[in-house]
Write a protein that binds this ligand. Sequence first.
Ligand code: UDP
Ligand code: MG
Length: 310
Amino acid sequence: MAADVTLTLVIPLYNEEVNIQKLFERCTSALTAWTEAYEIICINDGSSDKTLELLKSIHKLDSRWKVISLSRNFGHQQAFLCGLSRATGHLVAMMDGDLQDPPELLKKFYETMQESDCDVVYGIRSKRKESAFKKLMYQSYYRILKKMANIEIPLDSGDFCLMKKEVAFNLVATREQSLFIRGIRSWLGYKQVGYVYERDARFGGEPKYTFKKLFQLAYNGIFSFSQMPVKLLTSLGFWVVLISVFYSVYALYIKITSPNVPQGFTTLAIAIFFFGGVQLIALGIIGEYVLRIYDETRNRPLFIEKEVLW
Ligand code: UDP
Ligand code: MG
């Protein structure tokens, strides 16, 4: 790497005491192999074990390791954003702290960035060394998200990436509450290239993402990048109304031709069917306004300038 180019690596850590020593060793040897000009920002996300203590001693040993300790557990995505907001490098990388994402790959990401002249290189997970159930959940989720999302979110991509500082800057500037960083990163545009790698198993400890947190993240992905649930309401409403019209014709026909249809049944059945559809359409219409309010409050930039020749 050119001597004047600097790298910031952001790592969120929540109760990772068993991984920190190894993380330090692997990052140090992986990064010094190609650059001396780096800083590593570790975010202690409200750990209750020795994570912070260990990070402090590493900081004493090597001042390129910076530590930010959050006031409580805010979550993986928030911790990343905190680190990104402090990054000073020309290049900024994001990596988990359990060594599932190999730090040695960052060099490859950099080479890919040079070769394809792109702004972001992100990891695509080819194989996951996780339980079959978790793999199935992840795979189906990314495929559903791809179908639903308004933007192109690459399949099986995670947060592990290397990006130019302007991309990181724009990412931080979006300041969304329901964070789904891999989605926003993609939404930002720029030239982004995927790099396929095998995701390792955790070096040590248990996953810190509980199913509840994973579902929250999955929800954020869908509700922050898709309008489909609301659009679905409206079209469902139209279909129900349409079907109810056909049903009315049929019900009236039965009423006329068969003498033993109970009094009031036809009116009731048609009314329930028809107004059910009308209500769905009404909900969809309200939903459209809510979507617009959501868009306005989220305050995403209307455009991002990549190059200006003035
Ligand atoms: N993490 C965090 N805050 C949390 C949950 C996780 O900072 O509330 C960190 C964790 O220490 C690890 C990374 O985020 O470095 C990824 O977490 P995990 O390995 O549990 O996620 P998975 O790999 O299972 O998606
Ligand atoms: Mg992990």
